[in-house]
Design a protein around this ligand. Structure first.
Ligand code: PRX
Length: 637
């Protein structure tokens, strides 16, 4: 079942919190609090909802479970995350505190105080209104990693609209599908984005996506690279030109929202080709992310916090944009790729900005580890006090490198397991929890997770099983946009009788109750921590004129966690040579995006299928890995 490597090597290796950490931690009694939360989870969340965020109107009920699995949290409450992330800080002493420090790939630097960010958000909110965006409308945002991306997100939510951010690494078809599904009349993009010294033509990609998805009426374009682009008169508008008009006034009222109103949609890969838009709501989501960020990362007023993900993924939504702003932190955001132009770019930035918390993914850690210890050794990394990881199981070797070479054995490694669907951390230590390299340790306070057998019985220690969540939590996605049945089927059908949420992951629990995530059990492949559905890549392959049928699998890779191997049946008369391999790779890059490009493409005459016609990817995988094929009794005769 294991999709990854070396996750079991170190069960007996334990790192206890140092005396220094214990002396300074703000929540030394976290484990007691967790125990209380286990006994009364609703009281725990109720207390956090009162402590960490402000409500325009108090809620009446913490959890409404009358229509399972469509749970509602904090019903009756009126709230807006932008009030908690910006408005209230601007009225406090934090007004002039730095909210965001941004560094461009070329070294340019921009800073935003809470007041400045608030004004920019107001201005853009007014621009969106002038483009006809109203409460409940969706706005698709497709940009590089620039400050205007969080500004556009915050402005959308400020006026009660719903954002759908599409990661800038996706291409035409992926973008078109997402715009179409969300039915966004207004989209926000850039002329281009900088990546490793080159530009990515975001506006060209947007133009092609709009041609495939004609719901779009207005395009707002941020000038970032200055490259020549096509502007369609009456449809496309420059951000800076709109911002100079009287309509872009510096004040816009924040819209009070019902706790259960939609706040954003975020698409993620599932088992079919159709993108699945997870919908998060205004109340529970913010309570969940503020609580988890505060406790798990033990954040402080004077932190310089850096979550190095992309705002276009859930990690960025929850822990670059909204969580840190709610808690009034100063965040750092970097436009470019790690290791560009030099392998010590990140370490230089940690030193330069005095970063105290760094949160990234195993794939980035492994990528930087490859360059050797000399690069980080050149820099003073002593400002760091806590390191985080997310996205896939971290192999103990990378964990130890992160701990020793980057954290200099002083910083706890907070390995956070969670998903787009969960909104925020679910299984994670805090600095007081003893650590085991490769384990996300224990469910967070108020979260009930378990590893179970198919029949629902809890697994024995160290037995592989299904990772389930047994109680609802405030940050949970409420539905799949426009398709509640799919939400039910995907997450709640596997353990319908028990009413548990199935994560799609396999895991095991050791004798200390520590969770070890093994990997995905469904047709989702994690490539460099990015989540891709086999169907999405397969449909891109078969959309090429030479390909009749395709199947893709994930194969373990030392650097990227997994890479994609594709098997294609070609149309009659087509010759499969290296030229076609290159063409197909370029085609997938164009349709889905660079992260989806298969590392290998093999041409075959047939694919192993069940009698009902389902491709048996397991057999393909066994073949590539040289493993025994196991039970083939359902194989087509
Ligand atoms: O397989 C798990 C893996 O990432 C999946 C969720 O992917 P996504 O929705 O893209 O969200 C990623 C960022 C939250 C999970 O089902 N995963 C995430 N974090 C970890 C992990 N696997 C092991 N350890 C983690 N810390």
């Amino acid at each position: 079942m294991s999709d990854t490597f070396d996750t079991t090597a170190s069960k007996s290796e334990i790192y206890h919190p140092s005396a220094e950490v214990l002396a300074s931690v703000q929540l030394p009694n976290y484990l007691e609090l967790r125990e209380q939360a286990r006994r009364d989870p609703l009281a725990f969340w109720d207390a956090r909802a009162k402590e960490l965020v402000e409500w325009y109107t108090p809620y009446e009920t913490v959890l409404d479970d009358g229509n399972r699995p469509f749970f509602k949290w904090f019903t009756g409450g009126k709230i807006n995350i932008v009030h908690n992330a910006l408005d209230r800080h601007v009225k406090s002493w934090r007004k002039n505190k730095l909210a965001m420090i941004w560094e461009a790939e070329d070294g340019e630097q921009r800073t935003f105080s809470y007041f400045k960010l608030w004004k920019e958000v107001n201005r853009f909110a007014n621009i969106l209104k002038s483009m006809g965006v109203k409460k409940g409308d969706t706005v698709t945002i497709y940009m590089g990693r620039v400050p205007e991306l969080p500004i556009a997100m915050l402005a959308t939510v400020k006026i009660g609209a719903i954002h759908s951010v599409v990661y800038g690494g996706f291409s035409e078809q992926a973008l078109a599908d997402r715009i179409e599904d969300a039915k966004s009349k207004v989209v926000v993009t850039c002329d281009g984005a900088w990546l490793r010294g080159k530009t990515v033509n975001l506006k060209d990609i947007m133009d092609e996506a709009i041609a495939r998805s004609p719901v779009v009426q207005r395009v707002i374009v941020l000038k970032r690279t200055g490259q020549p682009i096509n502007m369609v008169s009456g449809r496309d508008f420059w951000w800076h030109e709109l911002a100079a008009l009287p309509i872009a006034g510096p004040y816009c009222e924040t819209e009070p929202m019902d706790a259960e109103d939609p706040m954003f949609i975020l698409y993620t890969s599932g088992t079919t080709g159709k993108p699945k838009g997870l919908m998060h709501t205004c109340g529970g989501y913010q309570v969940h992310i503020a609580t988890t960020l505060k406790y798990a990362f033990d954040v402080r007023e004077d932190d310089r916090y850096w979550c190095a993900a992309d705002p276009g993924w859930i990690t960025g939504h929850s822990y670059i944009v909204y969580g840190p702003l709610i808690l009034g932190l100063t965040s750092f955001m970097y436009e470019g790729a790690p290791g560009y132009p030099y392998p010590d770019r990140w370490w230089q930035q940690v030193e330069k900005y005095g970063i105290t918390i760094l949160y990234t993914a195993p794939t980035a850690i492994r990528g930087l580890m490859r360059f050797g210890d000399a690069w980080p050794a050149r820099h003073d990394l002593s400002s760091l006090r806590l390191l985080g990881t997310v996205g896939e199981p971290i192999n103990p070797e990378a964990w130890r490198w992160y701990y020793t070479v980057i954290g200099r054995e002083r910083c706890p490694i907070i390995d956070t397991w969670w998903q787009t669907e969960t909104g925020g951390f679910m299984i994670t230590p805090t600095p007081v929890v003893p650590l085991k390299p490769g384990s996300a340790t224990l469910p967070f306070a108020g979260i009930e997770a378990d590893v179970v057998r198919e029949n629902g019985e809890s697994c024995a220690p160290n037995e592989d099983g299904y990772l389930v969540i047994k109680r609802p939590w405030p940050g949970m996605a409420r539905t799949v946009w426009g398709d509640p049945e799919r939400y039910k089927q995907t997450y709640w059908a596997e353990f319908e009788r028990q009413g548990w949420y199935f994560t799609g992951d396999s895991a095991r629990r050791d004798e200390d109750g520590y969770f070890w995530i093994i990997g995905r059990m469904d047709d989702v492949i994690k490539v460099s921590g990015y989540r891709l559905g086999t169907a999405e890549v397969e449909s891109a392959l078969v959309s090429h004129r030479s390909v009749a049928e395709a199947a893709v699998i994930g194969v373990p890779d030392e650097l990227r966690g997994n890479v994609i191997h594709a098997f294609c049946i070609l149309n009659a008369g087509v010759h499969g040579d290296q030229g076609l391999v290159d063409e197909l790779k370029a085609h997938v890059r164009h349709e889905v995006g660079p992260i989806a490009v298969p590392a290998a493409i093999e041409f075959v005459d047939s694919l192993p299928k069940t009698r009902s016609g389902k491709i048996m990817r397991r057999l393909l995988k066994a073949k590539v890995l040289g493993q025994p094929v196991g039970d083939t009794s359902t194989l087509e005769g």
